[in-house]
Design a protein around this ligand. Structure first.
Ligand code: SAM
Ligand code: SF4
Length: 317
């Protein structure tokens, strides 16, 4: 357990159709979210348990009020080596220099297309220019940039090669992600493309791609093209080829600890953080819950109560 993904809100300023329905999304009342103080305490406890890296996600992290002050305090926690953020970039562009200054390491920017119209069709909002502005601001600040593109054959297949070609001039890691059925309805209504099909498509249209040796805990298979400044990754999020090396835990916006994206939560941290439990008691409860981690995402999915119907915005990706 070295890596915690912390969802700071389930709210969002976009409505990406693979993540949530167009309308009728019910967000949790603010009082049910972990407070900033609770998240800071939880992070200190997690660091004592071995966590070295935290990823802030959501919903969209930057729609939560006073996020920047929280991030500054989070990044200053002793023993925490890395704080990374996943964002849609819709409102973050002018704050990138501040994020660099307080020591944020990596920005993962979600961008599923380089075409304004397709962007609006996918996200159902008009933020393409701001997302691109965030892309350029992160590079200009010299921060590490990863771009997440959820691939759907009938929605953005034509964007795969232009996105991959960004690596020619930009030091960016472009990651092609298999779509998972976390769109808040439980039903997929897009044409799925698996990691093998994505790789075949890339190989068909690009110069030779050389595999980059894989670190045990990474979810992406990465490749480099000779002469390109960036790299290309493929994440088999639905095929789940990487579970063996998983060292992640997830905390949802309401404080549910998840051992796996596909489980329904193994511990109510919000209750423990609010009921007077000591740090020692919380550590014991986390340790016990973590030891229940199943072998892989298929086992977690089988073990859950009910099929997947939640929105990814409640889990954090
Ligand atoms: N709002 C932020 C953003 O979009 O970057 C952070 C939260 S979002 C839930 C985290 C990541 O999950 C994003 O990169 C997004 O593309 C990905 N994601 C959301 N729904 C997904 C799905 N159904 N399948 C695969 N990835 C998904
Ligand atoms: Fe919002 Fe991120 Fe979900 Fe898109 S993927 S709706 S930006 S939380």
């Amino acid at each position: 357990m070295e890596y915690m993904r912390l969802a700071v809100t389930d709210r969002c300023n976009l409505r990406c159709f693979y993540c949530m329905p167009h309308e009728g999304m019910e967000f949790v009342p603010r009082k049910e979210l972990l407070s900033y103080e609770e998240m800071l305490r939880l992070t200190r406890i997690m660091v004592e348990l071995g966590v070295k890296k935290v990823r802030i996600t959501g919903g969209e992290p930057f729609v939560r009020k006073n996020m920047y002050g929280f991030l500054k305090r989070l990044a200053a926690i002793d023993g925490l080596e890395q704080v990374n953020i996943t964002t849609n970039g819709a409102v973050a562009d002018r704050h990138i220099p501040f994020l660099k200054e307080i020591g944020i390491n990596t920005i993962n920017l979600s961008l599923d297309t380089l075409d304004k119209e397709r962007y609006e069709a996918i996200t159902r909002r008009d933020f393409f220019a701001s997302a691109m502005s965030t892309y350029h601001a992160v590079l200009a600040a010299g921060m590490e940039l990863k771009v997440n593109m959820v691939v759907m054959a009938d929605k953005n297949k034509e964007d795969i090669i232009p996105m991959a070609m960004l690596t020619k001039n930009d030091p960016v890691n472009i990651r092609f992600i298999e779509e998972m059925p976390f769109n808040g309805t439980g039903a997929r209504d897009t044409e799925f493309m698996d990691h093998r099909q994505i790789l075949a498509h890339l190989k068909q249209h690009l110069p030779p791609m050389v595999p980059i040796p894989r670190e045990k805990s990474t979810t992406a298979n990465n490749y480099r093209i000779a002469g390109h400044r960036g790299s290309i990754g493929i994440i088999a999020a639905w095929s789940r080829t990487f579970c063996g090396g998983c060292n992640r835990i997830r905390v949802t916006a309401t404080g549910q600890l998840k051992n796996c994206l596909y489980d329904t939560g193994v511990l109510n941290l919000k209750r423990l953080l609010a009921d007077g439990s000591s740090d020692t008691m919380i550590k014991e409860a986390i340790g016990q819950a973590y030891r229940q981690k199943l072998t892989d995402g298929f086992a977690a999915e089988k073990h859950r109560q009910g099929r997947v119907t939640e929105s990814m915005s409640s889990i954090g990706g």
